[in-house]
Write a protein that binds this ligand. Structure first.
Ligand code: J2J
Length: 543
Protein backbone atom coordinates (compact mmCIF):
# COMPACT_ATOMS: atom_id res chain seq x y z
CA UNK A 1 0.00 0.00 0.00
CA UNK A 2 1.45 3.37 -0.96
CA UNK A 3 1.56 6.26 1.51
CA UNK A 4 1.30 4.03 4.58
CA UNK A 5 4.03 6.14 6.13
CA UNK A 6 1.76 9.22 6.18
CA UNK A 7 -0.47 10.21 9.08
CA UNK A 8 -3.95 11.33 8.02
CA UNK A 9 -6.34 13.67 9.79
CA UNK A 10 -9.09 11.65 11.53
CA UNK A 11 -12.00 11.05 9.12
CA UNK A 12 -14.50 13.11 11.15
CA UNK A 13 -12.14 16.07 11.22
CA UNK A 14 -11.42 15.77 7.49
CA UNK A 15 -15.19 15.65 6.82
CA UNK A 16 -15.59 18.84 8.80
CA UNK A 17 -12.90 20.63 6.81
CA UNK A 18 -14.40 19.40 3.55
CA UNK A 19 -17.95 20.20 4.61
CA UNK A 20 -16.92 23.70 5.62
CA UNK A 21 -15.39 24.31 2.20
CA UNK A 22 -11.86 24.64 3.58
CA UNK A 23 -10.67 21.59 1.69
CA UNK A 24 -11.79 21.76 -1.92
CA UNK A 25 -10.77 18.38 -3.27
CA UNK A 26 -8.72 20.09 -6.00
CA UNK A 27 -5.20 19.73 -7.32
CA UNK A 28 -2.89 22.46 -6.00
CA UNK A 29 -2.15 23.44 -9.59
CA UNK A 30 -5.85 23.95 -10.50
CA UNK A 31 -5.95 27.57 -9.36
CA UNK A 32 -2.88 28.35 -11.49
CA UNK A 33 -4.40 26.65 -14.54
CA UNK A 34 -7.58 28.70 -14.15
CA UNK A 35 -5.48 31.86 -14.13
CA UNK A 36 -3.61 30.64 -17.19
CA UNK A 37 -6.89 30.04 -19.01
CA UNK A 38 -8.17 33.51 -18.10
CA UNK A 39 -5.00 35.51 -18.81
CA UNK A 40 -2.46 33.39 -20.70
CA UNK A 41 -0.34 36.41 -21.70
CA UNK A 42 0.10 37.76 -18.13
CA UNK A 43 3.59 37.30 -16.68
CA UNK A 44 3.64 34.40 -14.19
CA UNK A 45 7.31 34.07 -13.29
CA UNK A 46 10.58 35.72 -14.08
CA UNK A 47 14.13 35.82 -12.88
CA UNK A 48 17.04 38.01 -14.03
CA UNK A 49 17.39 35.90 -17.21
CA UNK A 50 13.97 34.64 -18.25
CA UNK A 51 10.35 35.63 -18.18
CA UNK A 52 7.39 33.22 -18.55
CA UNK A 53 3.78 34.12 -19.18
CA UNK A 54 1.07 31.94 -17.64
CA UNK A 55 0.77 30.25 -21.02
CA UNK A 56 4.52 29.60 -21.13
CA UNK A 57 4.46 28.34 -17.55
CA UNK A 58 1.83 25.73 -18.35
CA UNK A 59 3.51 24.73 -21.64
CA UNK A 60 6.81 24.36 -19.82
CA UNK A 61 5.19 22.37 -17.01
CA UNK A 62 3.69 20.05 -19.65
CA UNK A 63 7.10 19.45 -21.20
CA UNK A 64 8.55 18.89 -17.74
CA UNK A 65 5.80 16.42 -16.87
CA UNK A 66 6.69 14.50 -20.03
CA UNK A 67 10.34 14.58 -18.92
CA UNK A 68 9.39 13.14 -15.52
CA UNK A 69 7.53 10.33 -17.26
CA UNK A 70 10.48 9.69 -19.57
CA UNK A 71 12.68 9.42 -16.50
CA UNK A 72 10.41 6.62 -15.31
CA UNK A 73 8.78 8.67 -12.56
CA UNK A 74 5.16 7.85 -11.90
CA UNK A 75 2.32 9.08 -9.78
CA UNK A 76 3.08 8.52 -6.10
CA UNK A 77 6.86 8.48 -6.57
CA UNK A 78 8.83 10.79 -4.32
CA UNK A 79 11.82 12.78 -5.60
CA UNK A 80 14.40 14.82 -3.74
CA UNK A 81 14.52 18.34 -5.15
CA UNK A 82 17.65 20.37 -4.56
CA UNK A 83 17.45 23.32 -6.88
CA UNK A 84 18.66 26.90 -6.92
CA UNK A 85 16.41 29.96 -6.90
CA UNK A 86 15.64 30.27 -10.62
CA UNK A 87 12.46 30.41 -12.73
CA UNK A 88 12.82 26.64 -13.35
CA UNK A 89 11.63 25.83 -9.86
CA UNK A 90 8.10 27.03 -10.67
CA UNK A 91 7.25 24.90 -13.75
CA UNK A 92 9.01 21.98 -12.04
CA UNK A 93 6.70 22.36 -9.06
CA UNK A 94 3.63 22.61 -11.27
CA UNK A 95 4.66 19.54 -13.27
CA UNK A 96 5.18 17.53 -10.07
CA UNK A 97 1.82 18.62 -8.68
CA UNK A 98 0.00 17.62 -11.86
CA UNK A 99 1.80 14.29 -12.30
CA UNK A 100 1.58 13.39 -8.62
CA UNK A 101 5.36 13.07 -8.32
CA UNK A 102 5.95 14.32 -4.80
CA UNK A 103 8.88 16.72 -4.38
CA UNK A 104 10.85 16.50 -1.12
CA UNK A 105 12.00 20.09 -0.63
CA UNK A 106 15.70 19.79 0.20
CA UNK A 107 17.96 22.78 0.80
CA UNK A 108 20.93 23.59 -1.39
CA UNK A 109 23.03 23.42 1.78
CA UNK A 110 22.25 19.74 2.28
CA UNK A 111 25.12 17.34 1.68
CA UNK A 112 25.59 13.55 1.59
CA UNK A 113 24.50 13.08 5.18
CA UNK A 114 21.17 14.87 4.92
CA UNK A 115 20.35 13.77 1.35
CA UNK A 116 21.08 10.10 2.00
CA UNK A 117 18.95 10.23 5.12
CA UNK A 118 16.07 11.92 3.29
CA UNK A 119 16.24 9.44 0.41
CA UNK A 120 15.90 6.57 2.87
CA UNK A 121 13.28 8.24 5.03
CA UNK A 122 10.97 9.10 2.14
CA UNK A 123 11.92 6.15 -0.11
CA UNK A 124 12.55 8.61 -2.92
CA UNK A 125 13.32 7.26 -6.39
CA UNK A 126 15.30 10.14 -7.86
CA UNK A 127 17.04 13.37 -7.04
CA UNK A 128 16.53 16.48 -9.19
CA UNK A 129 19.27 19.10 -8.90
CA UNK A 130 20.61 22.32 -10.34
CA UNK A 131 23.96 21.09 -11.64
CA UNK A 132 26.10 23.80 -10.07
CA UNK A 133 25.09 26.21 -7.32
CA UNK A 134 27.61 28.76 -6.06
CA UNK A 135 30.54 26.69 -7.27
CA UNK A 136 29.27 23.44 -5.71
CA UNK A 137 28.89 20.54 -8.13
CA UNK A 138 25.47 19.28 -7.07
CA UNK A 139 25.23 16.78 -9.89
CA UNK A 140 28.39 15.04 -8.64
CA UNK A 141 27.05 15.20 -5.09
CA UNK A 142 23.72 13.77 -6.23
CA UNK A 143 25.47 10.92 -8.04
CA UNK A 144 27.39 10.04 -4.89
CA UNK A 145 24.11 9.98 -2.97
CA UNK A 146 22.54 7.74 -5.62
CA UNK A 147 25.38 5.24 -5.13
CA UNK A 148 24.80 4.88 -1.42
CA UNK A 149 21.00 5.17 -1.14
CA UNK A 150 17.82 3.70 -2.63
CA UNK A 151 17.74 6.53 -5.21
CA UNK A 152 17.83 5.24 -8.77
CA UNK A 153 18.96 8.32 -10.60
CA UNK A 154 20.13 11.94 -10.50
CA UNK A 155 18.54 14.36 -12.97
CA UNK A 156 19.76 17.82 -13.99
CA UNK A 157 16.78 20.21 -13.86
CA UNK A 158 18.26 22.40 -16.60
CA UNK A 159 17.68 19.46 -18.95
CA UNK A 160 14.44 18.31 -17.37
CA UNK A 161 12.81 21.76 -17.51
CA UNK A 162 13.15 23.24 -21.01
CA UNK A 163 11.84 26.74 -21.66
CA UNK A 164 8.75 26.21 -23.82
CA UNK A 165 6.88 29.18 -25.25
CA UNK A 166 3.12 28.94 -25.43
CA UNK A 167 1.76 28.66 -28.96
CA UNK A 168 -1.65 30.00 -28.02
CA UNK A 169 -4.60 28.12 -26.61
CA UNK A 170 -4.23 26.74 -23.15
CA UNK A 171 -2.20 23.57 -22.75
CA UNK A 172 -3.23 20.96 -20.27
CA UNK A 173 -0.45 20.71 -17.69
CA UNK A 174 -1.24 17.14 -17.02
CA UNK A 175 0.76 15.75 -19.92
CA UNK A 176 -0.12 12.12 -19.58
CA UNK A 177 -3.91 12.24 -19.70
CA UNK A 178 -3.98 10.22 -16.46
CA UNK A 179 -6.19 11.45 -13.62
CA UNK A 180 -4.43 14.14 -11.59
CA UNK A 181 -3.94 13.74 -7.84
CA UNK A 182 -6.05 15.94 -5.61
CA UNK A 183 -7.68 16.33 -2.21
CA UNK A 184 -5.93 14.33 0.45
CA UNK A 185 -3.24 13.01 -1.92
CA UNK A 186 0.29 14.14 -0.98
CA UNK A 187 1.37 17.30 -2.79
CA UNK A 188 4.78 18.18 -1.36
CA UNK A 189 7.03 17.04 1.47
CA UNK A 190 8.49 19.92 3.47
CA UNK A 191 11.31 19.48 5.95
CA UNK A 192 11.11 20.08 9.65
CA UNK A 193 13.08 22.75 11.40
CA UNK A 194 15.67 20.59 13.04
CA UNK A 195 14.41 18.91 16.21
CA UNK A 196 15.47 15.36 16.98
CA UNK A 197 18.54 14.88 14.81
CA UNK A 198 18.30 14.61 11.04
CA UNK A 199 15.48 16.38 9.17
CA UNK A 200 11.95 14.97 9.25
CA UNK A 201 9.53 15.12 6.38
CA UNK A 202 6.11 16.75 6.59
CA UNK A 203 3.52 15.64 4.07
CA UNK A 204 1.36 18.52 2.88
CA UNK A 205 -1.69 17.46 0.90
CA UNK A 206 -3.36 19.19 -2.05
CA UNK A 207 -6.27 20.04 0.28
CA UNK A 208 -4.36 21.39 3.24
CA UNK A 209 -1.64 23.22 1.33
CA UNK A 210 -4.17 24.79 -1.01
CA UNK A 211 -6.06 26.09 2.01
CA UNK A 212 -2.76 27.32 3.48
CA UNK A 213 -1.84 29.30 0.34
CA UNK A 214 -5.34 30.75 -0.19
CA UNK A 215 -5.72 31.82 3.43
CA UNK A 216 -2.31 33.53 3.48
CA UNK A 217 -3.15 35.24 0.16
CA UNK A 218 -6.39 36.57 1.67
CA UNK A 219 -4.68 37.89 4.78
CA UNK A 220 -2.12 39.64 2.56
CA UNK A 221 -4.87 40.98 0.25
CA UNK A 222 -3.13 39.63 -2.85
CA UNK A 223 -4.53 40.30 -6.30
CA UNK A 224 -3.55 39.83 -9.93
CA UNK A 225 -1.52 43.05 -9.67
CA UNK A 226 0.65 41.64 -6.86
CA UNK A 227 4.30 41.20 -7.77
CA UNK A 228 6.10 38.98 -5.26
CA UNK A 229 9.87 38.83 -4.96
CA UNK A 230 10.91 35.31 -3.91
CA UNK A 231 14.13 35.81 -1.99
CA UNK A 232 14.31 32.95 0.51
CA UNK A 233 15.18 29.44 -0.71
CA UNK A 234 12.13 28.42 -2.73
CA UNK A 235 11.63 25.04 -1.09
CA UNK A 236 10.89 26.70 2.26
CA UNK A 237 7.29 26.88 3.38
CA UNK A 238 7.42 30.67 3.72
CA UNK A 239 8.19 31.60 0.06
CA UNK A 240 6.32 28.55 -1.22
CA UNK A 241 2.87 29.01 0.29
CA UNK A 242 2.65 31.75 2.96
CA UNK A 243 1.44 33.16 0.58
CA UNK A 244 4.56 32.89 -1.57
CA UNK A 245 4.63 31.30 -5.01
CA UNK A 246 1.43 29.26 -4.68
CA UNK A 247 -0.55 32.11 -3.11
CA UNK A 248 0.54 34.66 -5.70
CA UNK A 249 0.07 32.44 -8.78
CA UNK A 250 -3.30 31.29 -7.41
CA UNK A 251 -4.62 34.86 -7.76
CA UNK A 252 -2.91 35.56 -11.08
CA UNK A 253 -0.03 37.69 -9.77
CA UNK A 254 3.64 37.61 -10.78
CA UNK A 255 6.55 35.89 -9.03
CA UNK A 256 10.01 37.38 -9.48
CA UNK A 257 12.71 34.94 -8.36
CA UNK A 258 15.86 36.43 -6.89
CA UNK A 259 19.02 34.32 -7.02
CA UNK A 260 20.31 36.03 -3.87
CA UNK A 261 19.03 37.97 -0.85
CA UNK A 262 21.69 40.66 -1.23
CA UNK A 263 20.37 44.23 -1.52
CA UNK A 264 22.52 44.84 -4.61
CA UNK A 265 20.65 42.01 -6.36
CA UNK A 266 17.17 42.48 -4.87
CA UNK A 267 16.81 46.27 -4.97
CA UNK A 268 17.26 46.57 -8.75
CA UNK A 269 14.82 43.66 -9.26
CA UNK A 270 12.25 45.47 -7.10
CA UNK A 271 12.65 48.65 -9.13
CA UNK A 272 12.73 46.98 -12.52
CA UNK A 273 9.67 44.77 -12.03
CA UNK A 274 7.56 46.92 -9.70
CA UNK A 275 7.70 44.38 -6.88
CA UNK A 276 4.89 44.96 -4.35
CA UNK A 277 5.76 42.44 -1.64
CA UNK A 278 8.43 40.09 -0.39
CA UNK A 279 9.26 37.82 2.55
CA UNK A 280 12.51 37.85 4.49
CA UNK A 281 14.08 36.45 7.62
CA UNK A 282 15.11 39.08 10.21
CA UNK A 283 18.83 38.82 9.37
CA UNK A 284 18.19 39.82 5.76
CA UNK A 285 15.65 42.49 6.70
CA UNK A 286 18.29 44.03 8.92
CA UNK A 287 20.79 43.99 6.05
CA UNK A 288 18.31 45.78 3.78
CA UNK A 289 17.63 48.39 6.48
CA UNK A 290 21.33 48.99 6.98
CA UNK A 291 21.84 49.41 3.24
CA UNK A 292 19.14 52.08 3.04
CA UNK A 293 20.64 53.84 6.04
CA UNK A 294 24.10 53.88 4.46
CA UNK A 295 22.89 54.78 0.96
CA UNK A 296 19.66 56.78 1.26
CA UNK A 297 19.39 56.92 -2.54
CA UNK A 298 18.78 53.15 -2.52
CA UNK A 299 15.37 53.79 -1.01
CA UNK A 300 14.11 55.01 -4.35
CA UNK A 301 14.47 51.43 -5.63
CA UNK A 302 11.87 50.32 -3.12
CA UNK A 303 9.12 52.72 -4.16
CA UNK A 304 6.73 50.02 -5.41
CA UNK A 305 7.17 47.85 -2.31
CA UNK A 306 3.97 47.83 -0.21
CA UNK A 307 4.46 44.90 2.16
CA UNK A 308 7.45 43.27 3.80
CA UNK A 309 6.80 39.99 5.58
CA UNK A 310 9.40 39.04 8.16
CA UNK A 311 9.56 35.69 9.96
CA UNK A 312 11.58 32.57 10.65
CA UNK A 313 13.15 33.87 13.83
CA UNK A 314 12.33 36.58 16.31
CA UNK A 315 12.43 40.09 14.86
CA UNK A 316 13.65 42.52 17.50
CA UNK A 317 11.00 45.15 18.28
CA UNK A 318 13.61 47.87 17.67
CA UNK A 319 14.27 46.58 14.14
CA UNK A 320 10.54 46.13 13.50
CA UNK A 321 9.95 49.80 14.29
CA UNK A 322 12.47 50.84 11.61
CA UNK A 323 10.78 49.03 8.71
CA UNK A 324 7.92 51.48 8.02
CA UNK A 325 9.86 54.74 8.33
CA UNK A 326 13.08 53.55 6.70
CA UNK A 327 11.91 51.23 3.91
CA UNK A 328 8.63 53.03 3.27
CA UNK A 329 6.44 49.89 3.29
CA UNK A 330 4.18 48.08 5.74
CA UNK A 331 5.58 45.31 7.93
CA UNK A 332 3.89 42.00 8.54
CA UNK A 333 5.39 39.71 11.16
CA UNK A 334 4.99 36.02 10.39
CA UNK A 335 5.53 33.31 12.97
CA UNK A 336 5.13 30.10 11.04
CA UNK A 337 6.34 26.56 10.73
CA UNK A 338 6.58 23.93 8.00
CA UNK A 339 4.46 21.71 10.26
CA UNK A 340 1.50 23.99 9.62
CA UNK A 341 0.28 26.82 11.85
CA UNK A 342 1.00 30.29 10.49
CA UNK A 343 0.55 33.39 12.64
CA UNK A 344 0.53 36.80 11.03
CA UNK A 345 -0.03 40.38 12.00
CA UNK A 346 -2.78 41.92 9.86
CA UNK A 347 -2.50 44.75 7.36
CA UNK A 348 -4.82 46.97 9.42
CA UNK A 349 -3.31 46.21 12.83
CA UNK A 350 -2.15 49.14 14.94
CA UNK A 351 1.59 49.84 15.03
CA UNK A 352 2.14 48.37 18.48
CA UNK A 353 0.80 45.00 17.28
CA UNK A 354 2.84 44.99 14.08
CA UNK A 355 6.09 45.98 15.74
CA UNK A 356 5.66 44.24 19.09
CA UNK A 357 4.01 40.87 18.36
CA UNK A 358 4.28 37.93 16.00
CA UNK A 359 0.59 38.06 15.16
CA UNK A 360 -2.21 35.52 15.51
CA UNK A 361 -3.29 32.38 13.65
CA UNK A 362 -4.17 33.17 10.05
CA UNK A 363 -7.28 30.98 10.06
CA UNK A 364 -10.28 31.07 12.37
CA UNK A 365 -10.11 27.26 12.17
CA UNK A 366 -6.65 27.08 13.73
CA UNK A 367 -6.80 25.83 17.30
CA UNK A 368 -4.07 26.91 19.68
CA UNK A 369 -3.42 26.33 23.36
CA UNK A 370 -0.64 27.61 25.55
CA UNK A 371 0.28 25.14 28.27
CA UNK A 372 2.33 25.03 31.44
CA UNK A 373 4.75 22.19 32.13
CA UNK A 374 1.93 20.04 33.57
CA UNK A 375 -0.25 20.47 30.51
CA UNK A 376 -2.62 23.03 32.06
CA UNK A 377 -3.73 26.05 30.03
CA UNK A 378 -1.99 29.25 31.17
CA UNK A 379 -3.60 32.65 31.59
CA UNK A 380 -3.13 35.41 29.02
CA UNK A 381 0.18 37.25 29.33
CA UNK A 382 1.85 34.17 30.83
CA UNK A 383 4.49 32.39 28.75
CA UNK A 384 3.82 28.73 28.00
CA UNK A 385 4.27 25.97 25.46
CA UNK A 386 2.34 26.41 22.24
CA UNK A 387 0.40 23.43 20.86
CA UNK A 388 -1.84 23.52 17.80
CA UNK A 389 -4.24 21.66 15.51
CA UNK A 390 -6.00 22.78 12.40
CA UNK A 391 -6.90 22.41 8.74
CA UNK A 392 -3.32 22.79 7.51
CA UNK A 393 -1.38 21.30 10.42
CA UNK A 394 -0.82 17.59 9.65
CA UNK A 395 -1.10 15.05 12.46
CA UNK A 396 2.34 13.46 12.17
CA UNK A 397 5.70 13.41 10.40
CA UNK A 398 6.32 10.96 7.55
CA UNK A 399 7.62 7.53 8.55
CA UNK A 400 8.29 8.58 12.14
CA UNK A 401 5.83 6.65 14.35
CA UNK A 402 8.02 6.69 17.47
CA UNK A 403 8.91 10.37 17.17
CA UNK A 404 5.29 11.31 16.49
CA UNK A 405 4.25 9.89 19.85
CA UNK A 406 6.00 12.71 21.65
CA UNK A 407 5.76 15.44 18.99
CA UNK A 408 1.95 15.14 19.04
CA UNK A 409 -0.48 14.65 21.90
CA UNK A 410 -2.83 11.66 21.84
CA UNK A 411 -5.62 13.92 20.58
CA UNK A 412 -3.57 15.30 17.72
CA UNK A 413 -2.13 18.57 19.01
CA UNK A 414 1.29 19.36 17.55
CA UNK A 415 3.81 20.43 20.18
CA UNK A 416 5.55 23.33 18.46
CA UNK A 417 8.33 23.59 21.06
CA UNK A 418 7.85 27.36 21.02
CA UNK A 419 7.34 29.31 24.22
CA UNK A 420 4.84 32.09 23.59
CA UNK A 421 2.71 34.55 25.49
CA UNK A 422 -0.77 35.52 24.31
CA UNK A 423 -1.72 39.12 24.84
CA UNK A 424 -5.31 39.88 25.81
CA UNK A 425 -5.84 41.15 22.22
CA UNK A 426 -5.09 37.62 20.97
CA UNK A 427 -1.67 38.33 19.46
CA UNK A 428 1.25 36.07 20.28
CA UNK A 429 4.71 37.11 21.37
CA UNK A 430 7.45 34.50 20.93
CA UNK A 431 9.36 34.43 24.21
CA UNK A 432 11.72 31.52 23.61
CA UNK A 433 11.61 27.82 22.91
CA UNK A 434 11.74 24.49 24.56
CA UNK A 435 13.37 22.51 21.75
CA UNK A 436 16.95 21.65 21.10
CA UNK A 437 17.68 23.64 17.97
CA UNK A 438 19.85 26.54 16.96
CA UNK A 439 17.96 29.11 14.90
CA UNK A 440 20.78 30.42 12.72
CA UNK A 441 19.35 33.40 10.88
CA UNK A 442 16.07 31.52 10.31
CA UNK A 443 17.76 28.25 9.28
CA UNK A 444 17.22 25.61 11.93
CA UNK A 445 20.13 23.42 13.05
CA UNK A 446 19.56 20.32 15.14
CA UNK A 447 21.78 20.38 18.23
CA UNK A 448 21.49 16.60 18.43
CA UNK A 449 22.95 16.08 14.97
CA UNK A 450 25.88 18.41 15.64
CA UNK A 451 26.58 16.50 18.86
CA UNK A 452 26.33 13.12 17.17
CA UNK A 453 29.05 14.08 14.74
CA UNK A 454 31.18 15.74 17.44
CA UNK A 455 31.18 12.45 19.38
CA UNK A 456 32.93 10.79 16.44
CA UNK A 457 35.99 12.89 17.24
CA UNK A 458 38.34 10.61 19.19
CA UNK A 459 39.23 13.23 21.83
CA UNK A 460 35.62 14.10 22.72
CA UNK A 461 34.22 12.65 25.95
CA UNK A 462 31.05 14.78 26.20
CA UNK A 463 29.59 17.28 23.75
CA UNK A 464 26.74 19.77 23.81
CA UNK A 465 25.72 22.07 20.94
CA UNK A 466 24.12 25.32 22.03
CA UNK A 467 22.88 28.52 20.45
CA UNK A 468 25.21 31.43 21.08
CA UNK A 469 24.08 34.99 20.43
CA UNK A 470 25.31 36.46 17.15
CA UNK A 471 24.84 40.03 16.14
CA UNK A 472 24.25 39.33 12.46
CA UNK A 473 22.49 35.96 12.62
CA UNK A 474 20.66 36.18 15.93
CA UNK A 475 22.14 32.83 16.92
CA UNK A 476 25.18 30.85 15.89
CA UNK A 477 26.28 27.27 16.51
CA UNK A 478 28.37 26.84 19.66
CA UNK A 479 29.88 23.54 20.76
CA UNK A 480 30.88 22.83 24.33
CA UNK A 481 33.02 19.76 24.92
CA UNK A 482 34.69 17.87 27.71
CA UNK A 483 37.82 16.27 26.24
CA UNK A 484 39.02 12.81 27.17
CA UNK A 485 41.78 12.96 29.79
CA UNK A 486 45.07 14.08 28.26
CA UNK A 487 43.53 14.89 24.85
CA UNK A 488 43.10 18.20 23.09
CA UNK A 489 40.36 18.96 20.62
CA UNK A 490 40.27 21.99 18.33
CA UNK A 491 37.59 23.53 16.18
CA UNK A 492 39.53 22.26 13.16
CA UNK A 493 39.26 18.69 14.46
CA UNK A 494 35.51 19.07 14.79
CA UNK A 495 35.23 20.56 11.30
CA UNK A 496 37.24 17.66 9.88
CA UNK A 497 34.70 15.30 11.46
CA UNK A 498 31.83 17.35 9.99
CA UNK A 499 33.41 17.06 6.55
CA UNK A 500 33.96 13.33 6.94
CA UNK A 501 30.30 12.94 7.92
CA UNK A 502 29.21 14.86 4.79
CA UNK A 503 27.19 17.28 6.91
CA UNK A 504 25.62 20.54 5.74
CA UNK A 505 27.94 23.51 6.27
CA UNK A 506 25.37 25.24 8.45
CA UNK A 507 25.95 22.60 11.14
CA UNK A 508 29.66 23.33 11.51
CA UNK A 509 30.19 24.80 15.01
CA UNK A 510 31.39 28.37 14.82
CA UNK A 511 32.79 28.53 18.31
CA UNK A 512 34.25 25.87 20.60
CA UNK A 513 34.35 25.97 24.40
CA UNK A 514 36.41 23.37 26.22
CA UNK A 515 35.25 22.75 29.80
CA UNK A 516 35.99 20.27 32.59
CA UNK A 517 32.41 19.18 33.12
CA UNK A 518 28.93 19.82 31.73
CA UNK A 519 26.06 20.81 34.03
CA UNK A 520 23.49 18.04 34.43
CA UNK A 521 19.77 18.10 35.21
CA UNK A 522 18.23 16.10 38.05
CA UNK A 523 17.72 13.15 35.69
CA UNK A 524 21.32 13.23 34.47
CA UNK A 525 20.75 14.91 31.10
CA UNK A 526 22.93 17.80 29.95
CA UNK A 527 21.37 21.00 31.29
CA UNK A 528 21.46 23.28 28.25
CA UNK A 529 19.80 26.18 30.02
CA UNK A 530 22.47 26.16 32.71
CA UNK A 531 25.11 25.81 30.01
CA UNK A 532 23.88 28.88 28.17
CA UNK A 533 23.90 30.79 31.45
CA UNK A 534 27.48 29.65 32.11
CA UNK A 535 28.54 30.85 28.68
CA UNK A 536 26.93 34.25 29.15
CA UNK A 537 29.99 35.88 30.81
CA UNK A 538 32.15 34.64 27.93
CA UNK A 539 29.75 36.36 25.55
CA UNK A 540 30.12 39.64 27.35
CA UNK A 541 33.90 39.40 27.15
CA UNK A 542 33.74 38.99 23.39
CA UNK A 543 31.57 41.99 22.70
C1 J2J B 1 10.23 33.69 16.37
N1 J2J B 1 10.45 32.41 15.97
C2 J2J B 1 9.98 32.06 14.77
C3 J2J B 1 9.09 34.30 14.41
C4 J2J B 1 9.39 31.05 12.94
C5 J2J B 1 6.66 31.53 7.71
C6 J2J B 1 7.57 32.05 8.60
C7 J2J B 1 8.50 31.22 9.21
C8 J2J B 1 8.54 29.86 8.92
C9 J2J B 1 9.55 29.01 9.57
C10 J2J B 1 7.62 29.34 8.03
C11 J2J B 1 9.28 32.96 13.93
N2 J2J B 1 9.59 34.60 15.62
N3 J2J B 1 8.46 35.23 13.68
O1 J2J B 1 7.58 28.03 7.72
O2 J2J B 1 5.83 29.68 6.54
C12 J2J B 1 10.67 29.67 14.60
C13 J2J B 1 9.79 28.92 15.60
C14 J2J B 1 9.06 27.93 14.71
C15 J2J B 1 10.15 27.55 13.73
C16 J2J B 1 9.64 26.99 12.43
C17 J2J B 1 6.69 30.19 7.41
N4 J2J B 1 8.94 32.30 12.81
N5 J2J B 1 10.02 30.89 14.11
O3 J2J B 1 10.50 29.52 10.18
O4 J2J B 1 9.68 25.29 9.85
O5 J2J B 1 10.64 28.25 16.50
O6 J2J B 1 9.37 27.68 9.49
O7 J2J B 1 8.58 26.80 15.41
O8 J2J B 1 11.69 26.73 9.27
O9 J2J B 1 10.85 28.79 13.51
O10 J2J B 1 10.70 26.88 11.50
P1 J2J B 1 10.40 26.55 9.97
Amino acid sequence: MPNQDIVRWPAVVADRYRGGGLWRGENLGDAILRRAAARPAAVAVRDPETSLTYGDLVATADATAAGLAAAGLRRGDRVLVQVANTWRFVPLLLACLRRGVVPVMCLTGHRERELTHLAELTRARAILVTAVVRGVDHLALARRVVERSPLERAVDVDTLVPCVRSTGGVPSADGSGEPVPRGEDPAVFLLSGGTGGLPKAICRTHDDYGYNARTAADVCALSSSSVYLAVLPLGHNFPLACPGILGVLGVGGTVVVSPSPRPEVCFPLIRQHGVTMTALVPTIAQRWLDTVRQEPAARADLESLRLLQVGGSRLADSVARRVGPELGCALQQVFGMAEGLINMTRLDDPDDVVTGTQGRPMSAHDEIRILDEDGGVVEDDTPGLLVTRGPYTPRGYVNAAAYNRHAFTADGWFRTGDVVRRRPDGNLVVEGRDKDIINRGGEKVSAEDVEEIAYRCAGVLHAAAVALPDEALGERVGLVIVPRPGQTVTLDDIHAEMRAAGAARIKYPEQLHVVDALPLTGVGKIDKKALRRQLAPAREERS
